[in-house]
Design a binder for this molecule. Structure first.
Ligand code: SF4
Length: 143
């Protein structure tokens, strides 16, 4: 993504994800583009806004949590207090995500690791993981 390589837009999983995103929680969500990220604002609670991210499955919840933490960090750096919620409409489940000191440290460590990977001249060799099966980039990794 950092090299502007987009995932396969015809990938079925991306289509399903897009469909769930467009058709779920339609009543009270508003899509916001903030810098280079895009997310849904679900509602405002007193001084805090609530950011929602709709997911097809909770199987990859750790990755989804860090994605949400990244959004919250970007908002915090802009002086906006927010909290996050991961929404799994097919499972009728929601998980709250809070940016606290511990999660900020973890996130910063991950960001540093990602920066090191981005700096490499060639990508690391694919290391088959459970994510690969449904990943929109798999054509690039396993072509
Ligand atoms: S290694 Fe697997 S999860 Fe990572 S980009 Fe390639 S296919 Fe996707």
């Amino acid at each position: 993504m950092s090299h502007n390589i987009a995932p396969d837009q015809n990938d079925t999983n991306i289509d399903i994800g897009r469909f769930i995103h467009e058709t779920s929680y339609k009543r009270n969500k508003k899509e916001i583009i903030f810098g280079n990220v895009k997310f849904d604002v679900l509602l405002k609670e007193k001084n805090k806004i609530l950011i929602g991210e709709t997911k097809k499955t909770s199987r990859f919840e750790t990755a989804s949590k860090y994605q949400m933490l990244y959004y919250l960090k970007i908002l915090e750096e802009a002086g906006i207090e927010a909290k996050g919620v991961l929404l799994y409409p097919e499972e009728k489940k929601r998980t709250e995500v809070i940016l606290d000191e511990k999660s900020k440290d973890e996130l910063n460590e991950i960001i540093e690791q990602i920066k090191q990977i981005i700096k490499l001249d060639t990508p690391p060799k694919p290391d088959s993981k459970k994510y690969c099966k449904t990943c929109g980039y798999r054509e690039f990794c396993y072509a």
